[in-house]
Design a protein around this ligand. Structure first.
Ligand code: CP
Ligand code: NVA
Length: 307
């Protein structure tokens, strides 16, 4: 049976830990200049319906480092669901490539791609979730804190977006204290929240007051207020998130050693100030780097090559 990684919840807690342990090894090999190329002869198709810097670069580089090869297909190339049916693309690409990574709009598009593909499919972001991001994020916390559980994470900003939803999914696998700090109208996906609360491994709170929300936080996490594809909602969202900016005043209410995270790209001066993103509490570039290492481990896991 082929495995896909469409949501954080596609992995069990033990599998997430296994991926993190493998990530540590892969990161060390790279630092030591040790070649590790188990994917020689394997190819990845990378299908993008939205722009990307980190996701494209880290997957392409990661496949190369593992001895494989990755093909970048831009929004103009495949026209998934427009030029051709998703199921046809899935079946064709499966005949050429050993694994697919896709960044799409509707989440059902990636589910359909995975359903009709005979090779593993990795979600490189949809409107609903961004699982690879949050895997890299929690790994980064683990590196800094030496633990991946019993961490208080305050996600400040658009609680309804793909990254916030993925944190909720993560909280249904790992024991976190997760506070989604967001206006009333921007709550996380209802079923993700219900499911995580039913699983019950984490304490998950919704808070509308940023000062209360970040109180005692180990991590303050933020993301853009206007996600890709939401450009027409810009004016409304900019108003709704006024007061939710991560700035040095807000940091005072968290722990002294609070770590500030952002998946990037950042809109400096909107959801986060220059002072904070460039300041001593920011770990955003370690976080960005770890996309590479964690995704290599996820790829190996889907190929059944994780040890
Ligand atoms: N964080 C992230 O996924 O960045 P890109 O949109 O640049 O890939
Ligand atoms: N929420 C953002 C994440 C970008 C990596 C977006 O979807 O645009």
């Amino acid at each position: 049976m082929k495995r896909d990684f469409l949501m954080v919840t596609d992995f069990s807690r033990d599998e997430i830990v296994e991926v993190f342990e493998l990530t540590k090894d892969l990161k060390r090999y790279l630092r030591e200049g040790k070649e590790y190329t188990p994917l020689r002869g394997k190819t990845m198709a990378m299908i993008f319906a939205k722009p990307s810097a980190r996701t494209r670069i880290s997957f392409e580089t990661g496949m190369y480092q593992l001895g494989g090869y990755a093909i970048y297909l831009s929004p103009n190339d495949i026209g998934i669901g427009k030029r051709e049916a998703i199921k046809d693309i899935a079946r064709v690409v499966s005949r050429y490539n050993d694994i697919i990574m896709a960044r799409l709009f509707d989440h059902w598009h990636i589910e359909e791609l995975a359903r009709y593909s005979s090779v593993p499919v990795i979600n490189g972001l949809t409107d609903l979730t961004h699982p690879c991001q949050v895997m890299a994020d929690l790994f980064t916390v683990y590196e800094k804190k030496g633990r991946y559980e019993n961490i208080k994470i305050a996600f400040v900003g658009d609680g309804s977006n793909n990254v916030a939803n993925s944190w909720v999914n993560m909280a249904s696998r790992m024991a976190l204290e997760l506070v989604i700090v967001t206006p009333e109208a921007y709550l996380p996906d209802k079923s993700a929240l219900e499911n995580a609360r039913k699983v019950g491994v984490s304490e998950i709170k919704i808070e509308h007051d940023p000062v209360k929300g970040v109180s005692g936080a180990d991590v303050i996490y933020t993301d853009v207020w206007v996600s890709m594809g939401q450009e027409s909602e810009k004016e409304q969202k900019m108003k709704a998130f006024e007061g939710f900016q991560v700035n040095s005043e807000l940091l005072k209410y968290a722990k002294d050693d609070v770590m500030v995270m952002h998946c990037l790209p950042a809109h400096r001066g909107e959801e986060i100030t220059d002072e904070v993103i460039d300041g001593p509490n920011s770990i955003v570039f370690d976080e960005a780097e770890n996309r590479l290492h964690v995704q290599k481990a996820i790829i190996l896991k889907l190929f059944g090559l994780a040890r």
